[in-house]
Write a protein that binds this ligand. Sequence first.
Ligand code: DUC
Ligand code: ZN
Ligand code: ZN
Length: 481
Amino acid sequence: MPLDLVIRGGTVVTAEKQLRADIGIEGERIAALGEGLSARRVIDASGKLVLPGGIDSHCHIEQLSSMGVMTADDFYSATVSAAHGGTTTVIPFCAQHRNDDLRKVLADYHDRARTKAVIDYGFHLIIANPDEPTLRGHLPAAIASGVRSFKIFMTYERTRLTDEQILDVMAAARRHGALVMVHAENQGIISWLSGRMVKQGNTLPRYHAICHTRGAEAEAIQRVVALAELVDCPVLIVHVSTPDGVEAIRQARARGLKVFGETCPQYLFLTAKDIDIGIEGALFCCSPPPRDEAAQEACWRGLKDGTLQVYSSDHAPYAREGKLPQGEKTTFKEMANGVPGLELRLPLLFSYGVGAGRITLREFVNLTATRHAQTYGLYPRKGTIAVGSDADIAVWDPRKAITVEQTRDRTGYTPYKGRRLEGWPVTVLSRGEPIVQDGKLAAERGRGRFLAREPSEALRPLGRDVPEMAQLKEWKTPLEL
Ligand code: DUC
Ligand code: ZN
Ligand code: ZN
């Protein structure tokens, strides 16, 4: 029986190896890897790199911010933009706000994605209301439905959890098998400083970068690591931006703790100087903010040595009106936080990482796809090129050069305008179907499918008690209320 499709003559790269091979596809899956494969249809990949499609495990799509601003992208525009940049799976957030019932939140996001996504998607939750019904009923049900991770905030008045609440949600995650993702910044430092700045009329975006201090990140990471160690709960620190933050994770890992880290393009390619351009700096504002060259270097080092497991976009796409709701008078406290990055995440890392000799091609695949799948319970269905895996594949032209103008999301801008990039995914397949062909969209709206995720090794507790917990166990003293 001939195969449906063969990708012929390319250099196939996975996290483990690089080889010249044809890839045979039958239906939605990879059916063969080898030389001289034939099929009904052929994609000629000679001179090209054939990589697993990217997995973006941190992006915000069709999501209301805590201040009530809707992202500019819906599930169609975001996933179209992602596909053009070589990403074939996204894991965005279903955001619970303080008064929301988690069941309704989850149902709403399923409705939003089902009819629009052009690539496959999973969900994380954002837990802002860890009350009894949420922790005892709604969250376990959501986890059982394949939503095996959720984010919590240590800052923002409307979403932050107290340390006691963080311990509660960690205990629930441990019990029901979910990975806790943490936005780690110290609320007191940020609100103390920003209160003073706003009162004095220092409201330009540049003060956003001042108020979210480096120390605010490092303190919160150290604190949340202590909380996680107490209840033996693995954690993943999202959007790490500082040398001290990376170091705090490195030290926790050196002690054998399951603490994972993530960084994003804005912390490798932007600095606080990009924000310090007057009111227009709002377009570059995200939390935590980009820092300086030394911080960029620390994030690169963290990616290279495995302290930071994954590289995600944190695509938080707001159009100008969301960024500047009061026009020129908007204070940095009123701006929607976040920058777009779904489409350029991979091409930026390819050019400035692989192209500049900072990382190898195999590390690129690991950081953009394989580790996301492994960490979030999608491996080996997604994130690799292997017989039996979904045929989610990006064929890269390593020599295609572009100057960034505009991306396909709906923000109307990109923070990376004017950058020279070399290397671009020219053909992209999702479950065996070409969804981008020679740079043109070939996907039908709504073809993307929800991915129920399995418990991953990352979220399995260590089974190691701190002395106080061990003592309680010895005394047979229960912790449950
Ligand atoms: N955190 C994110 O992860 N994204 C956007 C804003 C924020 O604070
Ligand atoms: Zn965050
Ligand atoms: Zn985010």
